[in-house]
Design a binder for this molecule. Structure first.
Ligand SMILES: Nc1ncnc2c1ncn2[C@@H]1O[C@H](COP(=O)(O)OP(=O)(O)OP(=O)(O)O)[C@@H](O)[C@H]1O
Ligand code: SF4
Ligand SMILES: [Mg+2]
Length: 376
């Protein structure tokens, strides 16, 4: 197995709000190995962007009371601003969720791309140098050529014209491609793509995802995809982390997750795949909890059809139910908290197969879960 590139360990992120402390991220753990493509999946508001902004050091208003974010073994939470800035430019890039607000409306696409090329890897942006540079108009021909080439790589058909355009003059699909081009300009080792297709129509989204996959394969970049859509995660990633209310509730390879989904939330999300057009959560009633007053134990308890009284009281720590398959639910924790849970864990039939599996898959699933239920 390749080396870990990014390891997030027991990450907690809090925000001070008028209603109290919002404990948004609550003990998140995940690893991205070198050359791997992993997804972070969960419904809107579950904490995906907050997690990734923490990785990038882009959460000035948050408190991180506990946790480590190890990038190539070094804790980014302990890096100075200057070092973090240098690392962000050269080694880590993020495609932000909203193409309009992520691009500067008063600079042309070309100016923004050239800024990336000029300043990547520099320890600190000096305003004086930036102004001097801009007034001097010292845009090198090499940078210009590289930026235009990158626009062509992301399949923008008139790259020279787009290079001189302002973001507002371009379509949503073009702006998204430009963000991808900007993120890839510095040839990062780690690319975080936050819902790179959500602002687009379905056809353009599929094209953008294909393109991104091709580009990262060519460059051997490790990618973390953030999406609310398990269908997209299945298309693009080798490994899936399912997030609910600021916690990872299930994590395993993409193939294993679809062959043997275990956490009730994952299963609810899978049920909602046929109705993608209306968004995730159709298979799961209710809402995310209030982060200023979350349930004391399992955060999914108010929406879970298998909840027992004990689920309100005993925290479901993540456990490996099979090699490289981790689930945070008392149905699968090896020592079920209630007699009823014990029965459910042993007889998957009580949980019921997801509607998209056929009968033969159901049989093998029951066996797998019965085994998993006894794992420690
Ligand atoms: N600066 C902040 N101050 C207070 N609360 C915040 C702040 N930033 C995010 N949050 C809260 O954290 C929670 C998670 O937000 P986040 O943006 O990570 O969700 P998400 O999973 O990325 O959702 P989406 O799919 O809609 O992008 C939300 O309830 C949000 O309101
Ligand atoms: S721990 Fe209990 S409430 Fe939480 S997901 Fe599992 S069964 Fe449902
Ligand atoms: Mg988000």
């Amino acid at each position: 197995m390749s080396d870990p590139l990014l390891e997030v360990r027991n990450l907690h992120v809090h925000f001070d709000t008028y209603d109290g402390v919002a404990e948004v991220i609550n003990g998140v753990n995940f690893t991205l190995n070198q050359g791997e493509t992993a997804a972070l999946v969960g419904e809107t508001g579950c904490g995906k962007s907050v997690t990734m902004k923490a990785v990038m050091g882009l959460l000035p208003s948050a408190r991180i009371p506990e946790g480590e974010i190890l990038y190539k073994g070094e804790n980014v939470l302990e890096l100075s601003d200057a070092k973090l800035h240098a690392r962000r430019g050269r080694e880590m890039s993020m495609i932000m969720q909203d193409p309009m607000t992520s691009l500067n409306p008063v600079l042309t696409v070309g100016e923004q791309m050239i800024d990336v090329l000029k300043w990547q890897g520099k320890p600190r942006l000096s305003v004086t140098n930036w102004v001097r540079d801009r007034l001097g108009g010292s845009t090198s021909a090499e940078h210009r050529e590289r930026a235009i080439e990158m626009l062509a790589d992301v399949e923008i058909s008139a790259p020279k014209r787009v290079f001189n355009s302002y973001p507002v003059e371009l379509s949503g699909g073009m702006r998204q491609r430009i963000l991808i081009a900007i993120a890839l300009l510095s040839e990062p080792d780690l690319l975080i793509a936050d819902e790179p297709g959500t602002a687009l129509d379905v056809t353009t989204e599929a094209k953008v995802l294909d393109l991104l996959e091709e580009l990262v394969e060519e460059r051997d970049t490790s990618v973390l995809y953030i999406t609310h859509d398990l269908g997209v995660a299945r298309e693009v990633s080798d490994y899936i982390n399912v997030m609910y209310a600021g916690e990872i509730v299930e994590q395993t390879s993409t193939a294993e997750l679809f062959a043997d989904p275990q956490h009730p939330y994952t299963r609810g999300m899978l049920e909602s795949i046929p109705s993608l057009s209306t968004g995730i959560g159709d298979g799961i009633e209710g809402h995310l909890p209030d982060y200023t007053d979350p349930p004391g134990a399992c955060r999914f308890v108010d929406r879970c059809p298998y909840a027992e009284a004990a689920c309100h009281e005993v925290y479901p720590y993540p456990r490996e139910t099979e090699p490289d398959h981790t689930v945070a639910c008392h149905l699968f924790d090896g020592s079920p908290v209630a007699e009823h849970h014990h029965e459910l864990a042993e007889e998957r039939v009580n949980i019921g197969p997801p509607s998209w599996t056929d009968a033969s898959e159901t049989d093998s699933e029951s066996d797998a879960v019965a085994d998993g239920g006894s794992a420690q």
